[in-house]
Design a protein around this ligand. Structure first.
Ligand SMILES: *[C@@H]1O[C@H](CO)[C@@H](O)[C@H](O)[C@H]1NC(C)=O
Ligand SMILES: *[C@@H]1O[C@H](CO)[C@@H](O)[C@H](O)[C@H]1NC(C)=O
Ligand SMILES: *[C@@H]1O[C@H](CO)[C@@H](O)[C@H](O)[C@H]1NC(C)=O
Ligand SMILES: *[C@@H]1O[C@H](CO)[C@@H](O)[C@H](O)[C@H]1NC(C)=O
Ligand SMILES: *[C@@H]1O[C@H](CO)[C@@H](O)[C@H](O)[C@H]1NC(C)=O
Ligand SMILES: *[C@@H]1O[C@H](CO)[C@@H](O)[C@H](O)[C@H]1NC(C)=O
Ligand SMILES: *[C@@H]1O[C@H](CO)[C@@H](O)[C@H](O)[C@H]1NC(C)=O
Ligand SMILES: *[C@@H]1O[C@H](CO)[C@@H](O)[C@H](O)[C@H]1NC(C)=O
Length: 787
């Protein structure tokens, strides 16, 4: 690096000197220079002629790029492309021309006009292809104004550094140089992490990292550095940098002429090579199935002759036959899912061993292997169940991040339908629309009808099919982004810069709401592909970066289906911002109190169970118990599938460092706060149980706990009124005689009344609440809550 740095400083002098002399191997490119795709030389070369900038033949056309010229006759050696301009544009035809124009622009003149190759801030005076592999544009005062090293594609070269917040994207394949399936991020927090390209960073999706998170949180500048001797290092500091981690070994051979290059390859592995050889010196990992998303949906990765090989899960076929990486889809009709229980005669189970699942199951619980199998068969949402270490993990389509692992002792049950899909059209996405199979008696009638409808249907289907496909694909993409994992290793909470979030929220323009910690704004990351909610924290207790950091880490470690997921955060100066997944269906408060259509009873019960499970996780299942302190419908959000998720958890500590201490400054919200809190008594997990009880009553009755608009004064406070209705055996009044199942209603109200007992000791634990809600335990008659 030092030598490169010195060379860099000396360059202007070198060029002023060299400009006078004219030599055949001068790399100095003057204004009004051109190269043509169909006339040799097709490139501008570096002084040693090892590197070339110019036209690369690609298929029948040409790309603009930089390559290492191969002078060996070795079969394992070839010209190596290390950089391409406008990589996602199609190749241009052979009458194209690269020009450094008279007025100082570097452009590509191709069939359909002029394309800028580089966008420097000022007019170019001259350009140069360096022996380091860096193509540099210089301004009037011979200062570098643009260089290819600042815009790496999939490769960095010896002497090059990839600064924080920069990424490499793999190529599609060795012959297609456009953006491929994987991404390597040098994150601002100092961690170098590999992800599937299109996925917003989440710990679940990361498949490799250097584990160099900045725990001291020094706000350093981090780099991935490939030095001239071929050492790959994560470094801190722009000058006199310190090595945080060296990824590979030392290479004894260092003649100074070796060109080292590190590339994120199309298969997702990060490898180091020497010169134009295609034999690697080092690679990030040996398991070729490690990159997540290597195999498409509903297929799993297995190693075949050292190469990864995608295999459809049982009951599916490749979407595009011949394209193994594109994923698979069902080849049987699925029964329509209405109640939750499946018609078991419709399906059978097939078993596979030794599969590793790295995605988050939608359900998991300890049970016996036989019960796990049965549980999947009976559950109409279940498509596969993984039984591992006495835990049953149920998954539904689309399945992803599955691979074969000979070390694994798990068993996977795949649920397969007995009826094959008849005519399937290519235009429909991976999962077909669920079809209810016709019964035998209606078969003839349907046949007759079909014949007469065929003409009409064909026309409709042609348009509709495309529509279904599109929405499906979009839904899948979203699903990919939103699913989370409890299995995730602690890899990444993304650290965002303030400017990045300011830009994402268009200057904090669209406010989604105001919570007890500050306002929440809608934001857009990844060029509008990922909606997020950005929370700007206010009125935090004074505390160090370190505490904030460790708090974020604790929240980052919580992964549950019923918790809103924290994606990352920003801490710059006095700014503290948290980035959450975006919940498209608003809050439970809106659903219960505002909307015209109240959710039906089954929906309400489901939501109540979701919320209870989220709290249970906070209380008992994450590393350190978290008291939420502010459970209320405004803090319960609904995602696009109407799954209820709790937000704002874990932040209580930031306001109140010692949760078990007596507190006078209450954080809770009037109407939901447990009585011991108002009485200045020590608080415990049971304050959340109390608040949950109130929320449960609100869910049952679709009204606020305190409602001044009611006609009779005894109805103003729901908790009191609910008990009197319960005692009088008139529960129907609570639900305005909606026709709700009486037993179910009575259970729900009883649970709520137990939760809101004024003595915290009498209240059940969240575990007890969940068991009662799911009908596993009997419920005794609750006493009067305020007794
Ligand atoms: C041209 O390149 C050759 C070989 O790299 C070198 O020996 C020679 O000195 C170079 N000439 C000039 C004028 O730089
Ligand atoms: C490799 O690069 C050299 C120099 O640009 C060029 O002459 C040669 O045709 C290239 N070889 C291949 C196989 O493209
Ligand atoms: C490569 O092969 C050609 C002919 O086969 C030969 O003329 C040339 O010298 C060889 N170059 C090297 C570097 O071996
Ligand atoms: C780097 O270190 C050298 C000597 O250790 C010192 O003279 C120089 O000022 C340092 N540079 C920076 C930018 O800190
Ligand atoms: C590589 O060499 C450097 C000194 O040149 C040494 O500090 C470092 O420990 C070596 N690394 C390995 C992995 O051998
Ligand atoms: C990959 O395998 C090689 C040879 O067996 C071993 O030296 C290397 O440490 C392995 N790499 C990783 C990341 O496990
Ligand atoms: C679905 O495809 C699998 C192969 O992936 C095949 O074994 C199975 O028989 C097919 N199912 C039906 C119902 O045809
Ligand atoms: C799929 O649809 C296209 C056009 O809509 C049609 O040409 C093709 O035959 C269909 N394929 C099958 C298998 O039905």
């Amino acid at each position: 690096m030092a030598s490169a740095f010195v060379a860099f400083l000396l360059l202007p002098f070198y060029f002023t000197a060299a400009a006078a002399a004219t030599s055949s191997n001068n790399s100095h490119v003057n204004l009004n220079s051109q190269i043509h795709a169909n006339i040799e030389p097709r490139a501008w070369y570096s002084p040693s002629r090892r590197f070339a900038f110019g036209f690369l033949p690609r298929g029948t056309g040409f790309l603009v790029g930089i390559w290492i010229v191969d002078y060996t006759n070795d079969t394992n050696s070839q010209n190596i492309t290390v950089w391409t301009a406008n990589r996602d544009r199609p190749p241009v035809s052979s009458n194209a021309m690269i020009e450094l124009t008279r007025d100082g622009k570097l452009v590509l003149n191709a069939d359909n006009g002029e394309i800028r190759i580089a966008d420097p801030p000022e007019a170019v005076a001259f350009a140069s292809m360096h022996d380091s592999g860096n193509f540099v544009l210089y301004g009037k005062s011979s200062n570098a104004i643009w260089q290819s090293f600042d815009f790496p594609t999939d490769t960095i070269l010896g002497g090059q550094r990839l600064p924080g917040d920069h990424k490499l994207f793999s190529k599609v394949s060795s012959s297609d140089f456009s953006t491929g399936r994987f991404r390597l991020d040098m994150q601002l927090d100092g961690n170098l992490v590999a992800y599937p390209a299109e996925i917003v960073d989440g710990p679940t999706d990361a498949y490799w990292s250097t584990n160099t998170n900045d725990y001291s949180f020094t706000h350093g500048q981090y780099y991935l550095h490939l030095d001239d001797a071929g050492r790959l290092k994560v470094e801190e500091g722009e000058f006199n940098s310190t090595v945080i981690k060296q990824l590979n070994g030392n290479y004894s051979e260092n003649t100074g002429t070796t060109i080292y290059r590190a590339t994120l390859d199309p298969d997702g592995n990060f490898r180091l090579y020497r010169d134009t050889s295609t034999d690697q010196l080092w690679q990030a990992f040996n398991d070729t199935c490690q990159p997540k998303g290597l195999c498409g949906f509903n297929s799993y990765c297995t190693v075949n002759d050292l190469n990864p090989w995608c295999q459809c899960v049982p009951g599916t076929d490749f979407i595009n036959s011949g394209e193994r990486y594109d994923g698979c889809r069902r080849n049987f009709t699925k029964q329509k899912c209405t109640g939750g229980n499946a018609d078991t005669t419709f399906y059978y189970i097939t078993t596979e061993k030794k599969l590793k699942w790295e995605d988050f199951p939608y359900f998991n619980a300890p049970m016996s292997e036989e019960d796990c199998k049965k549980s999947c068969l009976d559950d109409c949402y279940c498509d596969a169940a993984e039984y591992d270490s006495k835990i049953c993990n149920k998954h539904k389509f689309p399945l992803r991040y599955v691979s074969r692992d000979p070390q694994k002792s798990s068993t996977t049950f795949f649920k397969i339908g007995t009826r094959r899909i008849e005519h399937r059209n290519r235009t429909i996405g991976p999962e077909l629309v669920e079809v209810v199979p016709p019964s035998k008696r209606t078969w003839l009638l349907i046949l007759l009808l079909t014949v007469s409808l065929v003409t009409y249907s064909c026309a409709t289907l042609a348009t509709f099919g495309v529509f279904i496909f599109k929405t499906r694909v979009i839904k899948y993409k979203r699903l990919l982004a939103s699913r989370t994992s409890g299995l995730a290793k602690e890899l990444t909470l993304r650290l965002y810069s303030y400017n990045e979030l300011k830009e994402a929220t268009k200057g904090f323009k669209e406010e989604l709401g105001k919570g007890s910690f500050g306002a929440v704004y809608k934001g857009n990351l990844n060029n509008g592909e990922k909606l997020v909610a950005v929370k700007r924290l206010q009125k935090l207790v004074e505390e160090g970066e370190r505490e904030f950091q460790s708090e974020m880490r604790a929240i980052g470690k919580t992964h549950h289906r019923n918790l809103v997921r924290l994606l990352g955060y920003c801490t710059e100066g006095s700014n503290r911002l948290l980035v959450y997944e975006y919940m498209s269906n608003g809050s439970l408060a809106d659903l219960l109190f505002r909307s015209e259509m109240r959710p039906n009873w089954q929906e309400r019960v489901r939501i109540a169970i979701d919320v209870a499970k989220g709290i249970l996780y906070l209380h008992e299942e994450c590393e350190a118990p978290i008291i939420h302190c502010d459970i209320k419908p405004q803090n319960i959000l609904l995602d696009e599938f109407w799954t209820a998720k709790i937000s704002d958890f874990g932040l209580a500590k930031l306001l109140m460092p010692d949760q078990t201490r007596t507190m006078t400054d209450t954080r809770g919200t009037r109407g939901y706060v447990a009585p011991e809190w108002q009485k200045n008594m020590p608080i415990s997990l049971k304050v959340d149980v109390y608040s949950y009880g109130i929320v449960l009553l609100e869910i049952i009755c679709c009204r606020r706990n305190i409602d001044l608009s009611v006609s009779r004064p005894e109805e103003i406070q729901l908790s009191g009124w609910a008990y009197s209705c319960f005692a009088a055996g008139e529960l129907g009044k609570l639900v305005r005689n909606e026709g709700v199942d009486k037993n179910s209603l009575e259970r729900m109200v009883s649970i709520a009344l137990w939760c809101i007992q004024s003595d915290p000791i009498v209240r059940p634990s969240m575990k007890g609440v969940v068991l009662m809600l799911e009908g596993f335990t009997n419920i005794s008659t609750p006493p009067c809550p305020t007794a």
